[in-house]
Design a protein around this ligand. Structure first.
Ligand code: ADP
Ligand code: ADP
Length: 225
């Protein structure tokens, strides 16, 4: 069974903009899929529908067989935005622990789990730092650690590395692949950078705008010349 099922999804905004028209997509457990396409092709809208942050005008979106707005589905996924939306008054450790705090997990357990999560992104030793003391790449690592702390089955990532310099982006790409292999998470990764998509995923969904549609689905071979 698919982790993510999108069937004939349309999204039309009140102003008449058709952001998505008849989009189909299924993602298997543990798969790493990239959504690629120019600005305005509906990538964010599709991701937001999967995250339960927006709803389709028509069609079906399912996460592990449930509606993305279902509380259980929301427990099973995590969202990473381009802007690392960290709480500036909280330490790195407590920023990462926040999703557990919101779920009512006790302070000892959530701080232990936040430490493990920070280890996964290579930030052990930075628990006590505050966001303003960190570089852009480090802030993004903290955001990823925060997303991982609930051990989500599904990670939805909307241009997470888009604002970073090329070297940092490349390093984070490698780290993300390592984390995905370790955790077995299903990842849907939005980017407008085809090279990044080819580097990260075995399957690339290419979208086109006006209206937003899936133009092609590319399988990337394991090794290519
Ligand atoms: P992408 O992420 O690929 O850049 P989006 O999903 O953000 O594309 O947007 C798809 C289309 O929907 C664009 O034309 C965008 O301007 C439009 N759009 C997005 N959000 C809204 C909204 N709330 N109201 C009206 N139009 C919107
Ligand atoms: P910080 O400013 O370091 O981020 P906060 O005041 O935002 O700390 O607290 C965030 C969470 O950490 C709260 O839920 C709080 O209960 C917990 N916390 C704060 N101080 C301690 C402490 N000394 N030991 C364990 N947990 C703490």
């Amino acid at each position: 069974t698919s982790t993510i099922q999108i069937e004939n999804v349309h999204r039309r905004f009140p102003d008449g903009t058709v952001a998505l028209e008849g989009v189909n997509l299924s993602v298997q457990p543990g798969e790493f899929v990239s959504l690629v396409g120019p600005s305005g092709c509906g990538k964010s809208t599709l991701l937001r529908i999967l995250a339960g942050l927006d709803t389709a005008t028509s069609g079906v979106a399912r996460l592990n067989g449930r509606s993305p707005s279902d509380p259980q589905a929301r427990q099973e996924m995590a969202f990473v935005f381009q802007e690392p939306t960290l709480m500036p008054w909280k330490s790195v450790l407590n920023n990462v622990a926040l999703p557990l705090e919101l779920r009512g997990v006790g302070v000892r357990e959530r701080q232990d789990r936040a430490r493990q999560s920070l280890e996964l992104v290579g930030l052990s030793g930075r628990e006590g730092a505050y966001p303003r003391e960190l570089s852009g790449g480090m802030k993004m690592r903290v955001s990823i650690a925060r997303a991982l702390v609930t051990k989500p089955q599904v990670m939805l990532m909307d241009e997470p590395f888009g604002a970073l310099d090329e070297m940092t982006r490349q390093r984070l790409n490698d780290e993300l692949l390592g984390i995905q292999q370790q955790t077995g998470a299903t990842v849907v990764f939005v980017t407008h950078n085809m090279f990044e998509a080819v580097y990260l995923s075995r399957r690339i969904v290419v979208m086109t705008p006006h209206p937003g549609r899936v133009a092609a689905v590319l399988e990337v071979p394991e090794a290519y010349p």
